[in-house]
Design a protein. Structure first.
Length: 155
């Protein structure tokens, strides 16, 4: 291989690496800006919501119960939902927010609440009519130093 051929190949590799690097930077910028939008929407929302694939830890407050909701905008509440007041422990500064769930998910949440588990790890899988939630209780582990404690999900 001649010196000019080797130089041309090296230049081509440098351009490819530079192009790849620019692509990565641009992707990171997209992801960063999309995350900012998502965070801002979450902060401005008066309701708790969790997106497909997301996981979080929720503290359930004692104010909850069944409520009738109007989903079609006609001013008539025709859908029974179960509203829980929760604090997203990953976003504590947002305070407590209501979270409406169906009867199916209310039964599961109530099962844990009846056992005294008021902090639950929640994972949402799927969307629309195929939405599923996975719940697991979180317990506080305290060390001999009473000033420090951590929370972990029970397997």
């Amino acid at each position: 291989m001649s010196a000019s051929t080797t130089t041309a190949k090296n230049n081509s590799n440098t351009e490819t690496n530079s192009s790849s690097s620019n692509y990565d930077k641009q992707n990171n910028l997209w992801e960063e800006n999309l995350k900012k939008n998502e965070d801002q929407r979450r902060k401005n929302s008066q309701w708790f919501s969790i997106q497909p694939g997301e996981k979080t830890v929720l503290e359930f407050l004692p104010q909850f119960g069944p409520v009738m909701k109007d989903f079609d905008g006609d001013g008539i509440a025709e859908t029974l939902r179960y509203e829980y007041n929760v604090i997203d422990l990953n976003n504590k500064t947002e305070g407590h927010k209501p979270w409406d769930v169906s009867k199916t998910w209310s039964v599961e949440i109530d099962y844990f609440l009846k056992q005294g588990n008021h902090i639950l790890k929640v994972e949402r899988v799927g969307s629309g009519m195929k939405t599923k939630y996975h719940f697991s209780p979180v317990v506080a582990n305290t060390t001999s130093d009473s000033s420090s404690s951590t929370t972990t999900a029970v397997p």
